[in-house]
Design a binder for this molecule. Structure first.
Ligand code: PHE
Length: 346
């Protein structure tokens, strides 16, 4: 019996030493199996118990149990040490913003859109939103641009499906003017709205042309609206948007959905009217198309042109941003280039 007791004590010391020295967690599991497993070192002694004398059994049995407990204890101790080493208890407040965090800024077009919306809201306009995927009728036909009209050629269009060849044909809107139609149909008259949004044209892309750009549409329909109202409101709004008292020039222009139609130029912001590369030495920059709503447009949405009249205007928000900040390449807006975008961080 003394022999067994000696062997058990030796195994216990050996186990404890090996476990303490272990440098990784996988070894611990291995040692646990080696000593405490079903076929492990300690189990061997348990099997010897039956061959011992009756009075020796409790003594050796007790020692085996104590040895097991001691090994379990040391294993747990070492496991815990590994656990707390791999998940260090730090004094962390996870709700705090991280150090050096960069906040996003608004896109320059968004910034300008908000500004334009604020200004027109002050002038009594409601901001409306619309579909970028339109149908032929809202984008062209209802705006007095029938299927055969050559004005369609000016706005080279992305069609979604070519299966149909009628008013229901799906397309990416080429201007924000379909919002004139949608607003009148939805809200009726009198009506005073602006509709900023993205438009698409099948352009060969270069520094001045993009397939995707932003416009702002305006429409006012009421009884007795005259071109004087249009001139007064736009003269005021343009100065508010640009934040300075620029010279504005009105000249005749053609758009099928207005009559009379006008084009509005502003004094070149880069050379103050002296003439430069941007204004092609004219001293003027095209700013907006506008005019009195054509009777055919009112008729298309069942509004009587003998009772109601209105004006409409549309200008390029992208173009305005280029002029305002002196940006010489339209492609920058959609480039996602942070070096460009960070300059507008508010
Ligand atoms: N939709 C026209 C364009 O994109 C602009 C415009 C709008 C002209 C409203 C007159 C009235 O060129």
């Amino acid at each position: 019996m003394d022999d067994i007791i000696k062997q058990i004590k030796e195994i216990k010391d050996k186990a404890i030493e090996e476990i303490r020295k272990t440098a990784n967690l996988d070894n611990i599991f291995m040692l646990e199996k080696k000593y405490l497993g079903r076929k492990g070192e300690i189990a061997k002694f348990s099997k010897m118990l039956k061959d011992l004398a009756q009075d020796q059994k409790p003594v050796v049995g007790k020692l085996i149990n104590e040895t097991k407990e001691a090994i379990v204890e040391i294993i747990n101790e070492v496991k815990q040490a590994f656990d707390s080493a791999s998940t260090p208890k730090l004094d962390l407040d996870l709700t705090l913003p991280s150090a050096g965090q960069e906040f996003a800024g608004v896109h320059p077009i968004t910034y300008l859109k908000w500004k334009v919306e604020d200004i027109f809201a002050k002038l009594g306009f409601t901001v409306v939103d619309g579909w970028e995927v339109e149908d032929d009728w809202h984008n062209f036909t209802a705006l007095n641009i029938p299927q055969w009209h050559p004005a369609r050629d000016i706005q080279d269009t992305f069609y979604i499906k070519h299966k149909r060849d009628d008013d229901k044909k799906t397309l990416l809107r080429t201007h924000t003017s379909p919002l004139q139609i949608r607003s009148m149909l939805k809200k009726g008259v009198p009506l005073r709205i602006i509709a900023p949004g993205r438009v698409y044209r099948n352009e060969a892309t270069d520094a001045r042309h993009e397939t995707t750009f932003w416009q702002v549409e305006g429409l006012y329909v009421d009884k007795g609206v005259s071109i004087d109202n249009l001139i007064a409101v736009l003269n005021k709004a343009i100065k508010m948007v640009l934040g300075k008292d620029v010279k504005i020039r009105w000249r005749p222009g053609y758009f099928p959905f207005v009559e009379p139609g006008v084009e509005i130029d502003i004094e070149c912001l880069l050379c103050s009217g002296k003439g430069c590369g941007v204004c092609k030495d004219t001293g003027w920059l095209e700013f907006s198309g506008a005019g009195m709503v054509h009777p055919n447009v009112l008729k298309a949405v069942d509004i009587d042109p003998d009772i109601w009249s209105g004006y409409a205007f549309g200008f390029g928000l992208t173009r305005l941003a280029m002029l305002k900040w002196g940006i010489d390449d339209v492609r920058l807006f959609l480039s996602g280039d942070l070096r460009f975008l960070k300059q507008f961080k508010k």
